[in-house]
Design a protein around this ligand. Sequence first.
Ligand code: AMP
Length: 366
Amino acid sequence: MSATTSTLSGPIPPGSVIGIMGGGQLGRMTALAAAQLGYRCHIFTPERDSPAAQVAAAATVAAYDDEAALDAFAGAVDVITFEFENVPGASVRRLAERAIVRPSWTCLATSQDRLAEKDFVNGLGISTAPYRSVDGLPALEAAIAALGRPAILKTARLGYDGKGQYRIGADTDLAAAWAAMDGGRAVLEGFVDFEREVSSIVARGPDGNVAAFDIVENRHVNGILDTTIAPAPLSAALVAEAVRVALAIAEGLDLVGLLAVEMFVTREGSLLVNEIAPRPHNSGHWTMDACITSQFEQFVRAVCGLPLGSPARHSDARMQNLIGDAVQDWPCLLADPTARLHLYGKAEARPGRKMGHVTWLKPRSA
Ligand code: AMP
């Protein structure tokens, strides 16, 4: 491969090899969608028998910083993308010197760090919860004095599914909260008393064309997504604003691929961005069964520079994650004619582990 930019023109045609960093369920469902369009996927993951590798044409099992393995991988694929954004920055830069990487490593770097992400979003004139950078107990005390309680302290890096978070209530000891951050940089966020949580998923191709899925409502349990409802019960004005926000962020990042933007709807009826992810997202799984084009197919189309598909919703949907032992319900779910079951091929149902999901469909409302 000689191409080194993420904005190269011309499609990467079916028959090519898509390299995917990460071996989880997002990679698995991307590889299945890619296969439908005639691509092969090559998975790079430290995990043996990963959910993605089970359905892919090839896999490299190596550490994310194994330079020889990264170089061989870059030489064996036509384009590289991510199903997991916490790949070390140096590894991503190395890959980008040797292959087309979409989205670009700058998009990943922004989304890997909560502080960089919030600074970026606010820099576009888009609101988030109020926040402060925290690098020690004195900074935490100053941040609490500025933002008040309750608040949430989050590690700046490597946090997901509510991990690396510490809720600070009226009586919380700040030294204990800071100790929970393991000495890393953190972000203190003002607590948002939201009406609901929603997300927007948009695709953007190398030519700048965009497509947006319907806005959905997300309900979390213990910081982990539990249920997605499509469409979200929002006014037309808020739907338009949620799409505008996601497209503005995708354009601001010069993103090629897919972007998920999680937002709070405040009780006053405005939107605050909580988190962004430059990849397929759990809150987009409903699209597999309820839209003309799934988020995974759209991701493949965007990354490969194909025309984007229609994101139109043909059915209303409720997606439920099957977390830990909930996966044991599979016989009942298979017996339900309105349910579409997706299992991820994970051998062990540990608590908090996403084992699969189910989507219930009903006729499209409006
Ligand atoms: P996150 O890992 O940042 O997506 O947070 C996981 C979940 O915690 C969110 O989906 C919210 O339900 C909750 N949460 C996170 N940040 C805040 C906040 N600033 N105010 C209120 N709830 C929050």
